[in-house]
Design a protein around this ligand. Sequence first.
Ligand code: 13P
Ligand code: SF4
Length: 304
Amino acid sequence: MTTKELQDRIIALKKETDTCILAHTYQSHEILEIADITGDSFALSRQATKTSNRRLLMCGVRFMAETAKLLAPDRTVLLSSPDAGCPMAEQFTREDILALREKYPDHAVVSYINTTAAIKTVSDVCVTSASALNIVKNLPQNKILFIPDCNLGAYVAEAVPEKEFVFVNGGCPVHAAVTKEEVIRAKEKHPNALFLVHPECKKEVQVLADFVGSTTAIMDFARASKEKEFIIGTENSIVTHLQYECPDKFFYPLSAGLICRDMRLTTLPDVLACLEGKGGEEITLDEKTLVDARRCIDEMIRLG
Ligand code: 13P
Ligand code: SF4
């Protein structure tokens, strides 16, 4: 089947099966075209509950599908590519976090949404890259144990100096691999470009940026800016999406290595197979996990 035929079949089938397709902005253009809801992790979480469809199909990675299930436990939630995980989400276990809770009993456990549902059961509140600053500011506690991304944590800590932070040694292997030398080279190559970066990158990279924000914030900044050239310091799919949306501007990848293998696993044939009941995976969580993990997602939405 051609791309267009696959897309037409998916669009027909999602209607027939009362399925809402959610897609993270790191997905390919052809996936975003067949999605009903697109956005960063925070937008996907907020929108998952707003649809009335019987089934939700996530084009993204496992923690995103789990979050949709936590928010909409009465729906069937499907992950079109079961192998798509987020390496950061699996860097710590529930037991690791329980041990840290014992070590830091008076700290609020703030966990990045890029964590498993099991970790969320022992966290006080979740944050996304778009909501972290607000949520940490709004938390009543002054002592924060921020897990697992120490780069996002350091970015938040700098903006909220009145609070005390403890970090663990975790983070996104894709973003954390970028070096300041790559930024310097990109800036030399494109001296008129603004540099926009995701807070999962290291501090040495963030300090060289004109703007630091979530994937949606980076896209909004570039769309609204009067400038014409941008170096994009996040997954390279965002370069493609922005170039498509803003053909009169120029977008350059910060690094050829900014590719999330997991986010790229989802293809149109996977989505079609999932809708046909021939592929994908239904996400199920036990009752206790649903209740315990939901608490920190609800806190995220309340405080964010
Ligand atoms: P956002 O919070 O910007 O959606 O980022 C999710 C993610 O996986 C970034 O690597
Ligand atoms: Fe996880 Fe990083 Fe991929 Fe985002 S880009 S899904 S944080 S590995």
